[in-house]
Design a protein around this ligand. Structure first.
Ligand SMILES: [Zn+2]
Length: 568
């Protein structure tokens, strides 16, 4: 027997009493009538104001003198398939205060709708939430699904008109740049590092705007920033007493860039270590005898292979041209920011190009195997089991979810065959550290600053090989690891000693890095001493990227500011 629910006492009240329950403010409004238009699926409520007297919005003097009526049409939340509209009969009042500039005014309903608005507050609130979460286009589409008919332009207006949430007086501020368009236009984001709330979004990356903002927020006592002289200057002007702290993430980034510059000069060692790693990995994993070549269909034709190689060559030629233009502009004295703007690159990319003494080398064609990466372990297992038929293996990986061409699988299988013939373990073919030309200096520099515990096996084997190869390599490694210890354990007190040692070392890139620290020493020492860092800022910068992409790059700073500051 089903459990009986508590009996509901149904009643049949007069319909207007019933409808009155759905009006937001029953103290000031009463429902007088209703009209249902079935074909238009629209219910119209006739609503009138009931307060005998109201206050003038300007001087707050109460008044009850009514010269005329005022009727507005408001859209409210829908009910099922029906649009709900109100015919709101308000009034106009005389202000009786002799000194008041407002002689006549329209009755306001602050709990129901904004003055002159065409929709109720509660409808506007839901529409605004759609706009804040998804932006104009997508927000309007979701609105339609929810029965809230609107346009993208309306949503954007609602979002831009939304009142900002009151922010606590910030004490610890994080400042960083964010890209409007990478390499072309940057803005500034300000985050409260204590509660991780975005405080503001400035349309430019400029000392003036930061100084101006800080002057208006005198409670700030600590500012965490990157190493740019521009923000340092802005903070010095806007908050001269605040402690400036260089973000540790940016210090590690600069160290990594110095390592990369150092490794660029060490090409032969990078290459030799790759061969050593292939051997070491083979010792760990064990080689497989080369199985006989499978001669089936779907072998890559020579013409097809040539066709595929054309596109990367063109890309490489374009990079070489970019490199040469950047070098030429730099030689003429053009600033890095200007070069980045002219060439449509990010500033770090321009720095990377300018640091090079030779044009960038072509990318390895092995990079094209990225889509296969998740299936490589499986393919190697099958290879070790003796399955060498690339079509068969393609079908098997497809069953596991691989959705790309058989040719990519076949190319990987060819590499496994070549590796086996050379006496190497198939595992060497999944690793960027065993390529004959060696990994890029950039890739090694990332592994270099990565904590040992987080390194993959092949990465660690590679670093071991590299350090045993050359004494300068080992010296650079020891020095940079010592710096990373300063960062991780916040040993600002030991920074001076490290700088002396690095400056005296034979590693020019690290010596330059150490001398560079001198320019911003107080803030860097603070960064290596105080607990603050810009991790929360980086998180918001990433969120900002997502919001920007959702607006298809068309959002203005006003809209982005609202969306990043107001979580739905
Ligand atoms: Zn007045």
């Amino acid at each position: 027997m089903p459990i009986l629910q508590e009996e509901i006492a149904f009643v049949l009240p007069p319909i207007l009493t019933f409808l009155a329950h759905f009006v937001p403010d029953r103290m000031t409004l009463s429902v007088q009538g209703w009209h249902l238009d079935e074909t238009a699926a629209q219910l119209t409520l006739q609503v009138t104001a009931t307060r005998p007297r109201v206050c003038c919005p300007l001087c707050q003097t109460p008044t009850s003198r009514v010269p005329s009526r005022d009727t507005r049409t408001l859209t409210d939340l829908p009910w099922g398939p029906y649009t709900i509209r109100w015919q709101l009969h308000g009034r106009k009042f005389f202000c009786d205060h002799p000194a008041c500039a407002r002689q006549i005014f329209t009755e306001r309903f602050p709990t129901v709708a904004a003055p002159w608005a065409r929709r109720t507050l509660r409808l506007a609130e839901r529409l605004r939430a759609c706009g804040l979460a998804l932006g104009g286009e997508m927000g309007a589409r979701l609105g339609h699904r929810l029965g809230l008919r609107t346009s993208p332009a309306t949503l954007l207006r609602l979002v831009q008109g939304a009142p900002m949430p009151p922010a606590a007086a910030p004490q610890v501020l994080g400042v960083d740049e964010w890209a409007w368009r990478r390499g072309q236009r940057y803005g500034t984001i300000l985050v409260n590092l204590e509660d991780h709330q975005v405080l503001d979004l400035l349309p430019e990356r400029s000392a003036d705007l930061v100084a101006h903002w800080l002057l208006q927020h005198p409670t700030v006592t600590v500012v965490c920033r990157e190493r740019s002289a521009l923000y340092a200057e802005g903070i010095r002007r806007g908050a001269p007493h605040a402690v400036q702290v260089v973000d540790r993430f940016h210090l590690v980034k600069n160290l990594r860039e110095a390592i990369e510059a150092f490794l660029h000069e060490q090409r032969p060692a990078l290459q030799a270590a790759a061969a050593g790693t292939a051997q070491a990995l083979t010792q760990v994993a064990g080689p497989v005898a080369a199985p006989p070549r499978y001669r089936g269909r779907h072998q890559c034709s020579q013409a097809g292979q040539q066709r595929q190689e054309v596109a990367p060559q063109q890309r490489h030629a374009a990079w070489v041209a970019t490199y040469e233009t950047a070098q030429a502009l730099h030689a003429q004295g053009t600033s890095v920011t200007m070069i980045a703007q002219q060439l449509g690159l990010s500033r770090p990319t321009v720095y990377r190009l300018l640091r090079r003494t030779t044009p960038p080398p072509p990318r390895s064609p092995q990079r094209s195997g990225q889509v296969l990466r998740p299936y490589m372990a499986y393919l190697i297992r099958r290879w070790r089991e003796g399955c060498t038929d690339s079509m068969q293996l393609w079908r098997e990986t497809r069953a596991l979810g691989y959705a790309h061409s058989a040719r990519t699988v076949s190319r990987f299988i060819t590499r496994l065959r070549q590796a086996s013939a050379a006496g190497w373990a198939p595992e060497t073919q999944t690793s960027p550290y065993t390529r004959p030309q060696g990994p890029s200096a950039r890739a090694v520099s990332f592994t270099w600053v990565c904590p040992e515990a987080k390194r993959a096996q092949d990465a660690q084997l590679y670093i071991d090989q590299l350090l045993h190869a050359e004494p300068t390599m080992a010296q650079a490694y020891t020095l940079s690891q010592a710096f990373l210890v300063l960062v991780r354990e916040r040993r600002g007190d030991a920074l001076a000693a490290w700088m002396t040692e690095a400056s005296a070392s034979e590693i020019a890139a690290l010596a330059r890095f150490a001398q560079g620290l001198q320019e911003d020493l107080a803030a860097i020492t603070a960064g290596l001493t105080l607990p603050w860092s810009n991790g929360a800022v980086e998180g918001h910068v990433n969120r900002l990227k997502l919001l920007k992409r959702q607006s298809y790059g068309r959002a203005g700073v006003g809209l982005l500011r609202q969306r990043v500051m107001q979580a739905v």
